[in-house]
Design a protein around this ligand. Structure first.
Ligand code: DX5
Ligand code: ZN
Length: 225
């Protein structure tokens, strides 16, 4: 099932609750929350207190916390308590990835793993059976509004084939540079959880932007079928 996950990274943080609500009203069914520590990526963003405040404004949709941080094990309980439902960690940041994914599940959240553009899929071979979703980065993480890396499409296609051949059920999420010019391609490649920040929050009407993206994504699914 195709779902839009608006990424609040590009929202106006002084109006975070209202803007997140507008994106949900436009059809977003997951809220994507980018957590950056200034070490794993060269930027600092959101911590647990913001997640917990946002939870009050948006009580009903899953919070998809994308941890772009070193030592994620140290922060999983704080994000779970703040209201995260899904927690994803970077393969590149986890020395003991299997342990980290189990720790996320132990805190009642859905565990997920993220791959940077330069990391090959086979790095996930041993954990694909224990993740709720795999997040394929289609930009180098750290900033919103970057240009989509076209090679990500092949990676998504290969991942979808791998899932089928192994009879697994993880979902495939894509993050970075997803907009009206790229969304049909990522859907045709096999992505179903579509993160979009800049394309939802940076211009025009937030609800309309979300609607248009979902419409384009669904049209691509029909073309695929
Ligand atoms: C980038 C973040 C993304 C970002 C995507 O490091 O992980 O979630 O918000 O932003 P856009 O959709 O603007 O490329
Ligand atoms: Zn993200």
């Amino acid at each position: 099932m195709i779902e839009l996950a608006p990424s609040i990274l590009s929202a106006d943080f002084s109006q975070l609750g209202a803007q997140a609500q507008a994106a949900i009203a436009g059809g977003g069914t997951i809220l994507h929350i980018d957590v950056m520590d200034g070490h794993f990526v060269p930027n600092i963003t959101i911590g647990p207190p913001v997640v917990s405040s946002l939870r009050k404004a948006v009580p009903d949709v899953p919070f998809d916390c994308h941890l772009m941080i070193e030592n994620p094990d140290d922060y999983i309980s704080a994000f779970a308590e703040a209201g995260a439902n899904w927690i994803s960690v970077h393969q590149e940041a986890c020395v003991h990835l299997n342990r980290t994914l189990h720790l996320i599940a132990l805190h009642g959240c859905k565990p997920a793993v993220v791959l940077n553009p330069a990391t090959p899929l086979h790095a996930l071979d041993e954990v694909l059976d224990i993740v709720h979703h795999v997040l394929v980065m289609s930009v180098n993480p750290g900033f919103g509004a970057q240009k989509f890396i076209p090679g990500s499409l092949r990676k998504i296609e290969t991942l979808a084939r791998l899932r089928e051949s192994r009879g697994l059920s993880f979902r495939i999420e894509v993050d970075g540079g997803v907009d009206l010019t790229t969304i049909a391609d990522v859907v045709r490649a096999g992505a179903e959880l579509l993160v979009a920040g800049n394309a939802v929050f940076s211009h025009g009407d937030i609800g309309d932007n979300a609607k248009k993206l979902l419409h384009a994504a669904r049209a691509a699914t029909m073309a695929r079928a």
